[in-house]
Design a protein around this ligand. Structure first.
Ligand SMILES: [Zn+2]
Ligand SMILES: [Zn+2]
Length: 182
């Protein structure tokens, strides 16, 4: 029996951030420090420029994998994630800081910010793969949009990225096509 928990909420939040970062890379308008600071990564505001740059480079290396993730079977995705995990200094611990309540850190406090962030992303992907497989990951259904999405809806109904213009202009185009077909 799977129970919604603080950890589930955190995993979902991290996956949403991962998708936002991937979309920033795709659209070439990523401000990683801002995205991660706003998402509540407590070390993001003060992380070194070098570590922030490495975090961005490491996400760029993951991007081709994230783009195709929704079409991969779990075993293939797991092989890739397992390979990435072996590169990281993962030593889980329960921590409590900044009044957020007890939660898991996957890396030691001595880890670089980029190691901590990438470990968060990969461990969230690990949980997601074990719980739901790869079906919640998708690419926007709008014609000229390359952005990705993570679909947390119960009935798996998401077709477009989080940019509301993609859904509305596609519906408008569908409507016009139906009118022409009359
Ligand atoms: Zn923390
Ligand atoms: Zn879109």
């Amino acid at each position: 029996m799977h129970v919604a928990s603080v950890t589930d909420a955190e995993i979902r939040m991290t996956l949403e951030v991962m998708v936002d970062v991937a979309n920033g890379l795709i659209e070439e308008d990523l401000d990683l420090r801002r995205v991660l600071s706003e998402a509540g990564f407590s070390r993001a505001p003060d992380a070194s420029a070098a570590s922030m740059r490495r975090a961005e480079q490491r996400m760029a290396q993951l991007l081709p994998f994230l783009r195709e993730l929704g079409e991969l079977d779990v075993a293939t995705a797991a092989t890739r994630i397992n390979g990435e995990l072996t590169e990281l200094p993962i030593t889980p611990s329960i921590v409590d800081h900044d009044d957020v309540g007890p939660h898991i850190h996957w890396t030691p406090s001595t880890a670089t910010f980029d190691d901590q962030f990438i470990a968060d992303v990969l461990m969230s992907l690990t949980h997601e793969l074990c719980d739901n497989g790869t079906i919640r990951f998708g690419r926007c259904g709008a014609d000229d949009c390359e952005r990705l999405f993570y679909d947390a809806t119960r009935n798996r109904s998401k077709r477009f990225c989080n940019d509301p213009r993609c859904a509305s202009r596609t519906h408008t185009a569908d409507h016009r096509a139906r009118q022409r077909a009359r």
